[in-house]
Design a protein around this ligand. Structure first.
Ligand SMILES: C[S@@+](CC[C@H](N)C(=O)[O-])C[C@H]1O[C@@H](n2cnc3c(N)ncnc32)[C@H](O)[C@@H]1O
Length: 218
């Protein structure tokens, strides 16, 4: 089954949206920094977009799953807010011109691919952000007790053997790997922490002065 179909299936099985716990902090930060145009990368059913659109931001969302896209469009329409939602495989490219966004948010999405795809995604995120543009991501940290529910395909990648994300490839991040990959794709990490749900949270800034390199070294 293709990845987009696997995600459609996850939604049909009742995949839950992630909580809005980081949104008040992000909305404050974006207001303070005058970040007006925001992209939600892997927007899912659109809850984070709705939060920002209601507060006057110009919001865009992309997602691979047509089920998620339809639900996001419905949610935004039902609430009478304007925001643009596009279906795409962001690992292949983000369909916006360079230097377009002031900020990108991406909840529980960027680890759902292979290392090379994720590096390409970060380079694309870098391209579509303005200089000093902000990137905020959250990524599931695979706890030791959850390892029995996944199958490792190599040292760095695993696939859940059950549950809603069954069959979807995941990259196993560590704080160190995140830092390295971001530095390698032209970002300056501002803050990296683990939230109350056990997710890595990372805030980084596009740094034009950083040279974008090839593959992240081991
Ligand atoms: C765990 S869900 C999180 C959804 C939403 N961000 C949230 O926090 O509720 C991951 C999302 O990433 C999307 N996704 C996965 N791979 C993608 C890709 N290559 N391009 C765009 N979206 C992708 C999935 O369709 C899914 O909606």
């Amino acid at each position: 089954m293709s990845r987009s179909k696997l995600w459609d299936k996850a939604y049909e099985l009742g995949l839950k949206p992630s909580p809005l716990i980081h949104m008040p902090m992000l909305a404050r930060l974006f207001k303070r920094e005058r970040a007006r145009r925001i992209l939600d990368l892997g927007c899912g059913e659109g809850q984070h977009m709705l939060y920002l659109a209601k507060r006057g931001f110009e919001v865009y969302g992309v997602d691979l799953s047509s089920t998620a896209i339809e639900r996001a469009k419905d949610l935004l329409k039902k609430n009478g807010v304007k925001a643009r939602v596009i279906r795409c495989d962001a690992f292949k490219g983000i369909p916006f011109k360079s230097n377009f966004f002031n900020a990108i948010i991406s909840f529980r999405t960027v680890n759902h691919g292979r290392k090379k795809e994720i590096e390409r995604l970060f380079r694309e995120a870098n391209r579509v952000l303005i200089d000093n543009g902000m990137l905020f991501i959250t990524i599931r940290k695979l706890p030791r007790h959850a390892r029995k529910f996944v199958k490792f395909t190599d040292e760095e990648h695993y696939v859940p053997i059950g549950g809603k994300e069954k069959g979807i490839i995941h990259f196993k991040f560590t704080k160190e790997k995140l830092r390295k990959m971001l530095a390698h794709t032209g970002f300056r990490v501002n803050k990296l922490w683990v939230d109350e749900y056990g997710y890595y949270c990372l805030l980084a800034l596009k740094d034009k002065k950083l040279k974008i390199l090839g593959e992240t070294p081991e």
